[in-house]
Every structure is written in structure tokens, then in C-alpha cells.
Write a protein that binds this ligand. Structure first.
Ligand SMILES: C[S@@+](CC[C@H](N)C(=O)[O-])C[C@H]1O[C@@H](n2cnc3c(N)ncnc32)[C@H](O)[C@@H]1O
Length: 404
């Protein structure tokens, strides 16, 4: 599919299509979010410097993100920033719901028409969806991922358009920057690795799943998620985009796939939306599913210990104001230990940064520097760079050759 502006969402038949007024409201919500990031967020830095100085004069050193929060939360400028961010977030979802309601019949026809095409679609309507998914409207998305329409797809369609607005286009035309970035990482760092079977855990609507089929066209690719509404939409979307990818409603903690049946197991921003109890189970499941020599790669948020307390505080606002209860706690978990405990050899486990694919594309587009893309790829990104950041943090581990 030809794509002109890399920040413009690419149309396809199952994408909710806003009319003129809806489009205008969605653009406003996206621009407001961009304005807050560009023009309001930077004001927190001098405010923090001033606050830290005042606190120091009173003998208090702001050494943790919790201490920074305690000192900052009563400041009117910070309160305005937090309220605006929350308002923009809610506006994004609500602006898409208008489109979904108006465009519903067309969408239903387009999704249903693709049910029997493409790769497999396995639904499990009786599945026990984990409470960390059902208990809240994650990132303020009305209904969360489990909107209760087991045979429907509303959560998928809402996420597809809403996440494009949330990312302000930095996910690329197909919202697939995370998958594309990890694929680029694999291409550069594991050039001889040719997986035959690939599993993407917590695939939502398959944004990050499809790039694996592009990079490894002969591989059998599976995307799994816990709700039927997501995988049903993901399947229809993949068919609409001409990709032969399989989707199943499964829990990453216990998938039901056979032992040693995958060469590569990946996830993209799944872990911070699970729980402290689920994470070890997911790591164990990855180890069980991998063939000896296979790779596990989780792309998510950088651990807090790589950042200063102020940066931690800013990122942790998601926990407090965006219905992301595990956002902060997940970053404090010792993921290297979790991987070791799951059976991965210590010398195969590491954190690294996968540069954002869209940044590389932007550099290529400047026309000023032929090596710009490569420079972006090789630049070391500061952990916790504000969104849109420069790279995705990847935890990578390899199952021992002789292991079972
Ligand atoms: C932030 S979204 C992931 C986005 C997606 N991977 C991408 O790159 O576009 C997190 C997803 O993980 C799913 N999820 C949460 N817990 C899960 C579990 N135990 N098993 C499978 N999926 C899970 C949620 O339903 C949600 O769709």
C-alpha cells in the first residue's frame, strides 16, 4: 500500500472512517496532546529545579520519584499539566467512539466478510480473562480491552484509531513502529537468525505482529491476546492488509501451544499491562514454548534504575492519571532475574535499545545527510526519553541449545 506522509494513518477497509466533523475533533485531540508534550511538559523541568532547590534549603533531598511527586503535586503548573494530559486522553477516545457508532454497520460488514480468509482465527469465548485486564478501563479507553462483546470487535476498532491519535502519528502509517523497530533490531543484530515459527504475545490488533511476516515471509506467525474483540479485529485487519497471519484468543501466562514449538517469542508493551504475579508466569511460558536456541524478546519501557528521579516521576504520571496501575511497578521488577528463574542462561540475557523505525525513516527523508538513518540507528538513546522517544527498550534472552 502506497503511503505518502509517514505520520498519516494509512486507510484500509476495517479502519473506522471519521467524517469531516469527527476528523476535525480527532485532529484537535491529537494536536492538543502534541501541544502539551511540546509546550507544557518542558515547563516541568525548571519548576522541578526550583522546587528541588527550595526543598534542599529545608534539608530535604528529592531522591526518589515518590519524593519528587510529593514535592511537585501541589504546584499549580504541574496540576494544570496533569489535568490537560488527562483531558486530552479522554477526548481522544471519545472522539473515536463517535466514528465507531456512525460507521458501525459498514465496519461490521467489512470485518465479517474477512472471517474465513487469511490465516487462522481461534476464539475462546469461555476464556477466563485475567482480572488485570477486566478490572479497569486501561489508559482511560472506555470499556478497556474487554468490552464484553465476545463476538464483536469494538475494542479493536477503537484501539486502532485511538492509538494512532495517542501516538501522534509516531507509530507510523500502520501503527507498527514497535514491531518494525524490533524487526530492524533482529535484522541488524541477528542476521543469521531465520525463525520458522513466531509468536507475538499481547498483540492487541496485530500492529506489531505484521512486520514479522514482512521480515520473515516464510514463517508461520501467530498473534495472541486475551479478548475475542481484539483478535477478531486483528484477523480482519491482517486480511485487509494482505497478510497471512494467525490470531488466537489465548493467555500469555498459559497459551496451550505445544512445548518447544516456536523459534521466536516477542511482545511489545505487553508486560506493563499485566501484573507482578503474571510476569514470572509469562517468562516461564516463553521458555517452555521456545525451541532450544530460540529467542525471547520483550519490547517495553526502560527500567527505572536507568533514569534520574525527575524523569521517573514524569513517566510515572501514567500510573497516577492514565489508569495504568502497573506502569511504575513493572519498571521496578528485576526482569533479568525473572528470565534467569524461567531457565534462560544468564549470559544470554540483556537489555538493549531498538531505535524507533520511524526516526530512521524521518532521517532518511531529510535529504541533507545520506548517512542520517544509520546515525540514528547507532545513536545511544537516553533511557526514558520523553515520548515520542528515540527507541524501544528490549529485553532479550536465548534458550540454551541443549535445554528442554
Ligand atoms: C498495550 S497493548 C499491546 C500493544 C501491541 N502489542 C502493539 O504492539 O501494538 C497490551 C495488550 O496485552 C494484552 N494482554 C494483557 N495481558 C495479557 C495476557 N496475559 N495474555 C495475552 N495478552 C494480554 C491486552 O489485552 C492488550 O491488548
Amino acid at each position: 500500500m502506497a503511503v505518502g506522509n509517514i505520520f498519516q494513518q494509512a486507510d484500509h477497509p476495517v479502519l473506522p472512517r471519521p467524517n469531516h466533523d469527527e476528523s476535525s475533533r480527532q485532529d484537535f485531540a491529537k494536536s492538543l496532546r502534541g501541544y502539551i508534550q511540546r509546550a507544557v511538559l518542558p515547563g516541568l523541568t525548571p519548576l522541578f529545579a526550583k522546587t528541588a532547590k527550595e526543598q534542599k534549603a529545608q534539608g530535604v533531598d528529592l531522591q526518589s520519584r515518590h519524593e519528587v511527586r510529593r514535592a511537585m503535586k501541589s504546584k499549580p503548573y504541574f496540576q494544570a499539566y496533569a489535568a490537560m494530559t488527562r483531558g486530552a486522553q479522554e477526548m481522544i477516545w471519545h472522539s473515536v467512539i463517535d466514528t465507531l457508532e456512525r460507521d458501525w454497520d459498514r465496519l461490521e460488514g467489512e470485518v465479517s466478510a474477512r472471517e474465513d480468509d487469511g490465516g487462522a482465527l481461534k476464539l475462546d469465548p469461555g476464556m477466563d480473562v485475567p482480572r488485570y485486564v477486566t478490572a479497569l478501563d486501561i489508559h482511560c479507553m472506555p470499556g478497556g480491552y474487554d468490552s464484553g462483546d465476545a463476538a464483536g470487535f469494538a475494542a479493536g476498532a477503537l484501539y486502532e484509531r485511538g492509538v494512532y491519535l495517542y501516538s501522534m502519528g509516531f507509530g507510523g502509517p500502520f501503527n507498527d513502529d514497535k514491531g518494525r523497530s524490533v524487526c530492524n533490531y533482529i535484522r541488524r543484530n541477528l542476521p543469521d537468525f531465520k525463525p520458522k515459527r513466531i509468536l507475538d504475545m499481547g498483540c492487541t490488533v496485530g500492529h506489531s505482529t505484521l512486520p514479522y511476516k514482512e521480515l520473515f515471509p516464510d514463517a508461520e506467525v501467530w498473534g495472541i491476546d486475551v479478548t475475542g474483540a481484539l483478535v477478531r479485529y486483528a484477523h480482519a485487519r491482517a486480511v485487509a492488509l494482505n497478510h497471512d497471519v494467525n490470531f488466537a484468543q489465548m493467555n500469555a501466562e498459559d497459551t496451550g501451544f505445544e512445548d518447544e514449538s516456536f523459534d521466536l517469542v516477542v511482545s511489545h508493551i505487553l508486560l506493563h499491562e499485566t501484573s507482578g504475579k503474571a510476569m514470572p508466569r509469562i517468562f516461564n511460558e516463553c521458555h517452555r514454548l521456545l525451541k532450544p536456541g530460540g529467542y525471547m524478546i520483550h519490547a517495553d519501557l526502560p527500567p527505572f534504575d536507568l533514569m534520574d528521579p525527575f524523569t521517573q516521576f514524569v513517566l510515572d504520571n501514567e500510573t497516577y492519571y492514565n489508569n495504568e496501575p502497573f506502569w511504575g511497578a513493572m519498571r521496578e521488577m528485576d526482569q533479568v532475574k525473572l528470565a534467569k528463574d524461567a531457565g534462560f542462561p544468564a549470559d544470554t540475557i540483556s537489555f538493549d535499545t531498538a531505535p524507533m523505525a520511524i526516526r530512521e525513516q524521518m532521517a532518511k527523508g531529510t535529504g541533507y545527510d545520506a548517512d542520517a538513518a544509520e546515525k540514528v540507528a547507532n545513536r545511544k538513546f537516553r533511557a526514558g526519553e520523553y515520548a515520542p522517544g528515540g527507541g524501544w527498550e528490549v529485553l532479550i534472552a536465548r534458550k540454551a541449545e541443549g535445554a528442554s
